[in-house]
Design a protein around this ligand. Structure first.
Ligand SMILES: [Fe+2]
Ligand SMILES: [Fe+2]
Length: 297
C-alpha cells in the first residue's frame, strides 16, 4: 500500500510547498535547548511572516492596551510558544489554499484545529510533556486528505458520496478505492517536508495506533482526540447520532493512554469522553476565533 502512496506522490509534479522555515521552526520546537533568539531571527528573515506576526499580535485574541509594532515586542507579548504555533498553523493552511477539493476545506481545517485543541487538552490531562506538540500533531494528522482530495478530486468526491450518511470511515474507504490511505499519503508528504519522526509516526498511525513506534503516547492522544471530535457535536459537546463505537486503534490508544499517563486515569473510555464533552464547546469556540484570524488575509 505504501508503494501506491509513493507512486501517487511521484506522479504529482508540483507538490504543495511548505517553506523551509516551517521545518526549521518544528526542529527548534522539538529541541528543549534551542535558543529563543533563533526563532526571532527566523521570523525577521521573512518579511511576510514578520508582518503576519504583527497583525496577529494586534488581533482581538492577543491585543493588549497598546498597539505592538516590532517583532521582538510581539514575541515578548504573546510568547514564543504562541508565535510558533501561529507560524506553523498558518503555513499549513496556506500550503493548500486555492486548491480545489471535493469537500469543504473550511470544515476540514476546523476539524483539524479542533483535533489539535482537544489533543492539547488530553495531553494536559495525562501529563504529556509537550502540550504544543500534541496540538500541532493534531492539526496536521489528516494532511494526507487534502493531498488526495486535490489530486484525486473526482474519485475522492465519489468515494465520499458513497460513504455519506454511513458509519463507514474515510480511512477504510480510501484503502478500498485507492489501495492506499490518507495516513500513508500524509506520511510521504511529512517525510518530504522533513518533519521529525514523532509527527511522521502520528500522521502515519493515527488510525492504527497499535503500530506507533516513535511516540506511542502522542499517537494515542491524537487518535482519541480525532475519534472524539468526529463523534461529538462541537456546540453541545453531546455524542453525535451516527457515531460508531471506538475501533481497534482507538481501543488500543485508550490502553496506551492509561498505561503511559503520569496521572491516574481509572475511568473507562466513555467516562473519559464525558469529561471532555463538558469542555468541548469552549475549546471549539476558541478554535473558531483563532481560525478566523489565521485565515484572514
Ligand atoms: Fe485521519
Ligand atoms: Fe481526523
Amino acid at each position: 500500500m505504501m508503494i501506491t502512496a509513493r507512486k501517487l506522490m511521484r506522479d504529482v509534479s508540483e507538490l504543495p510547498a511548505i517553506p523551509g522555515i516551517v521545518s526549521q521552526v518544528i526542529a527548534l520546537l522539538d529541541n528543549p535547548d534551542s535558543n529563543p533568539d533563533k526563532i526571532a531571527d527566523l521570523i525577521l528573515s521573512d518579511q511576510v511572516l514578520a508582518a503576519r506576526v504583527i497583525r496577529v499580535v494586534n488581533s482581538p485574541i492577543y491585543r493588549g492596551t497598546s498597539e505592538i509594532t516590532s517583532v521582538k515586542r510581539a514575541l515578548m507579548h504573546i510568547g514564543f510558544k504562541a508565535i510558533r504555533e501561529m507560524i506553523l498553523t498558518k503555513y499549513f493552511v496556506d500550503a493548500f489554499k486555492g486548491r480545489e477539493q471535493p469537500f469543504d476545506i473550511k470544515t476540514f481545517w476546523l476539524h483539524s484545529f479542533n483535533v489539535g485543541a482537544v489533543a492539547r487538552r488530553i495531553a494536559g490531562m495525562v501529563g504529556y510533556r509537550d502540550l504544543e506538540k500534541a496540538y500541532l500533531a493534531g492539526i496536521i494528522h489528516d494532511i494526507g486528505k487534502v493531498f488526495m482530495g486535490h489530486y484525486l478530486r473526482k474519485e475522492y468526491g465519489e468515494m465520499l458520496a458513497g460513504i455519506d450518511g454511513t458509519q463507514y470511515r474515510a480511512y477504510e474507504a480510501e484503502q478500498e478505492f485507492f489501495g492506499t490511505s490518507h495516513s500513508e499519503v500524509g506520511l510521504c508528504l511529512a517525510q518530504r517536508w522533513n518533519f521529525p519522526p514523532d509527527y511522521c509516526d502520528t500522521i502515519s498511525y493515527h488510525h492504527t495506533s497499535e503500530r506507533a513506534i516513535a511516540d506511542p503516547l502522542l499517537t494515542a492522544i491524537v487518535s482519541l482526540s480525532d475519534y472524539f471530535c468526529l463523534t461529538h457535536d462541537p456546540v453541545s459537546g453531546e455524542p453525535l447520532e451516527l457515531s460508531g463505537p471506538p475501533d481497534r486503534s482507538e481501543e488500543n490508544a485508550w490502553l496506551v493512554l492509561k498505561q503511559l499517563s503520569s496521572r491516574p486515569l481509572d475511568r473507562d473510555i466513555l467516562s473519559f469522553f464525558a469529561a471532555l464533552s463538558g469542555d468541548y464547546a469552549e475549546i471549539a469556540g476558541e478554535v473558531q476565533v483563532l481560525f478566523r484570524v489565521l485565515t484572514r488575509d
